[in-house]
Structure formats: structure tokens, C-alpha cells
Design a protein around this ligand. Structure first.
Ligand SMILES: Nc1nc2c(ncn2[C@@H]2O[C@H](COP(=O)(O)OP(=O)(O)OP(=O)(O)O)[C@@H](O)[C@H]2O)c(=O)[nH]1
Length: 342
């Protein structure tokens, strides 16, 4: 299997985090507002003011939430003041021991919004603070009767932190695997068509902004049906991986090779105009022709045909650049195969 010769963009695709942050912001705007009114009423003015500031901040974030692209840093910037106000409420002499149940939210929210590592660090810091506040406020000493209640709260918070951590670790692994499967062709390990078009769109942006040339090579294995017919479908799959390995192995790290479907591949050569792309394509043809593809002790003779088009010269969108490369590919086939037209 060919290694995917490109790195996946660390695009933040975390709809669940956005949903949790939205719920937390709504909760802050409603429940914390009620607490602010209550604390005004009982004369705990500073706590009420802190809560009102938090409510205003939450309302502002709610307003812009849809536009926020990188959610995790913003979540951190909200969750830290949220927990600070919580710690302040815990320390307030007006509040009794029951207020400590809110500490149980700390590990859960931290993990859901910040992921397992950042979440664990933030949870540990604030749970530690809560423990110190609890011990000081109620002057807990070893052997005193209330100690067992304190231990309950602490152990429950630690258990929630542990479960959240395990859950988040497994969720992150699953998400990474799903994301990989959505971008990679399972047979060859190359970028799939959808990922290939994404990269084309990025290259197109670079071209429009900086005029960086890009060439598209459309590659098709010659008489591939015969490979399947003569050696069987498994041998056909091995041949496709063989070609994919050559394509991926002979291009630069900044270029991308993808499987566009069936026995058709695409290569995007970044920073390459058609004159630069032509010798690269010829070298790929030569490699496939000269290297032996082996299947169960047999040698399968393979060749490829390539059509080349250049972004800008042959159109400004995927459809037209691809159509031009494809037209040249069929010209290469018509002229006898195992050649490059572009
Ligand atoms: N083994 C295997 N075969 C595939 C796969 N995808 C498509 N094919 C086969 O690829 C063959 C393509 O055949 P054609 O489109 O006629 O093209 P060709 O035989 O390569 O002929 P030219 O392109 O004209 O040189 C078909 O027989 C498909 O069944 C795959 O994933 N694995």
C-alpha cells in the first residue's frame, strides 16, 4: 500500500464541541444570571458582579459562535473565567457545602470542550483549587467527622475526570480513523477523489493569490481490463497498488497523488507549469513500463497513459482543467498508449 504522501490538515471538525459550548453559553446566560440576582439579593455584591460579567461574555460569545473557526482556544478562553467565577463562588462565605457539587462539572466540561490532554490539565488545576478552598473553608483536619463527606466529593470528581479522559481518548481515536477513511482510497492509500479536489481547491487559491503554477496529470492504466481478465481481480488490485506506489514515490512532498476512480489516478504538481510537468510525466510512464509488477510469481506487464493540463492556461476550475487533461489522456490512448500528451 502506498503511503499517503501528504499530511491531513488539522481542520477542526468538532461539531460536538460547538454544541457543548453553545449549551454552556446558554446555561451561563440563564442559570448564572439567576445566581447573580440571588447573590445581589443576599448582599454578595462582588460575586454577583463577577457573574454578570461572565453572563455578558457568554452572550457575546453566543452571538459570534457561528463565525468562530478554531473553537478550542475560544473554549479555553471561556472555560477558564467560568471556573474562576465558580471557585470564587465556592470560596464565598455566603455559600455552604452544597455549592461544591458544581465542582463535578469541572472535569466533564474540560474534557468535552478541550480534549483529553488540555482537558485533563485544566480539570486537575481547578479541582485542586476547589480541594484547597474546601479544606480551608471548612477547616477539614484528619480524623474530623466531616472528612468522609469531603473524600466523597473529591473521589467522585476524580472518577468523573478519569471516565471523561478514557471516553475522550477513545472518541478522538475513532474520529481520527473516520477522518482518515473519508479522505483516503482504501485500496491504494492515496488521496481519494474528494480529498484530491480539496487539495486542488487550495492550490487554486494559491494560484489566484500568488500566481503559483499548478499542473494536473490524469493517469490511466493501459488495457487494465486485460489484467483483470488474464490474471484475476486480485492481481488487478495488486497492479493498481503497484502503479499507486510508483506515482506517490516519484513526486515531491508538496505534490499530491490521488485515485480518481477505477484505474484512473490524478497527480497535482504544485509550482509546476506544463513544461515542467511533461518530463515528470514521462519519467512516471517510464518507471511503470520498466519496473516489474509481480503477482504470485508471475510478472504483469503494465503501462500508463497521461494527459496534462495547467491551471489558468486550461481553465480556472477543477471541471475544466480536468476535462482538458482527460481529453489529452484520450489522445494519448488513441496515439498508441504508454505516452504523455500535454
Ligand atoms: N481489480 C480491479 N479492477 C478495477 C478496479 N476498478 C476498476 N477496475 C477495472 O478496470 C477496468 C477498466 O477497463 P476499461 O475502462 O475498459 O479500460 P482499459 O481496459 O484500461 O483500457 P484503456 O483505458 O482503453 O487502455 C475494468 O475492467 C474495471 O472492472 C479495482 O478497484 N480493482
Amino acid at each position: 500500500m502506498a503511503d499517503p504522501q501528504y499530511s491531513f490538515r488539522s481542520r477542526e471538525v468538532s461539531p460536538h464541541q460547538r454544541a457543548v459550548l453553545r449549551a454552556l453559553l446558554w446555561f451561563t446566560c440563564s442559570a448564572v444570571l439567576c445566581f447573580a440576582a440571588l447573590h445581589f439579593y443576599v448582599g454578595d455584591i462582588w460575586l454577583a458582579v463577577a457573574e454578570l460579567c461572565l453572563v455578558a461574555y457568554a452572550a457575546l460569545l453566543l452571538y459570534v459562535l457561528q463565525e468562530i473557526e478554531r473553537l478550542r482556544p475560544r473554549s479555553l478562553l471561556f472555560i477558564v473565567p467560568f471556573f474562576i467565577v465558580m471557585m470564587y463562588a465556592l470560596a464565598s462565605p455566603e455559600n455552604g457545602a452544597t455549592v461544591f457539587v458544581w465542582v463535578l462539572l469541572v472535569p466533564l466540561l474540560s474534557h468535552l470542550l478541550l480534549g483529553r490532554w488540555q482537558g485533563m490539565v485544566v480539570a486537575m488545576v481547578f479541582m485542586g483549587c476547589a480541594g484547597v478552598i474546601l479544606a480551608r473553608k471548612f477547616e477539614v483536619t484528619p480524623g474530623m467527622p466531616g472528612l468522609i463527606e469531603v473524600v466523597h466529593v473529591i473521589l467522585c470528581a476524580i472518577a468523573i475526570a478519569g471516565f471523561s479522559h478514557v471516553y475522550e481518548a477513545s472518541r478522538e481515536r475513532t474520529e481520527a480513523e473516520l477522518r482518515r477513511l473519508a479522505l483516503v482510497d482504501p485500496l491504494t492509500g492515496l488521496a481519494n477523489r474528494s480529498r484530491f479536489r480539496d487539495v486542488f481547491a487550495q492550490e487554486r487559491q494559491r494560484f489566484l493569490r500568488h500566481k503559483t503554477p499548478v499542473s494536473l496529470l490524469v493517469v490511466d492504466v493501459d488495457h487494465f481490463k486485460r489484467v483483470n481478465d488474464d490474471y484475476g481481480h486480485d492481481a488487478g488490485d495488486v497492479a493498481l497498488c503497484f502503479v499507486a506506489d510508483i506515482l506517490a514515490g516519484r513526486i515531491r512532498k508538496t505534490d499530491v497523488a490521488g485515485r480518481l476512480g477505477g484505474e484512473e489516478f490524478g497527480i497535482l504538481l504544485s509550482g509546476a507549469d506544463i513544461d515542467y510537468a511533461r518530463p515528470v510525466a514521462n519519467m512516471l510512464c517510464e518507471r511503470v513500463r520498466l519496473r516489474a509488477c509481480r503477482y504470485r510469481g508471475q510478472e504483469i506487464a503494465l503501462s500508463i497513459s497521461i494527459g496534462i493540463a495547467e491551471l489558468g492556461r486550461d481553465g480556472l476550475d477543477f471541471r475544466s482543467v480536468f476535462a482538458n487533461a482527460d481529453r489529452r489522456l484520450y489522445k494519448a490512448k488513441a496515439e498508441g498508449r504508454d505516452r504523455v500528451v500535454g
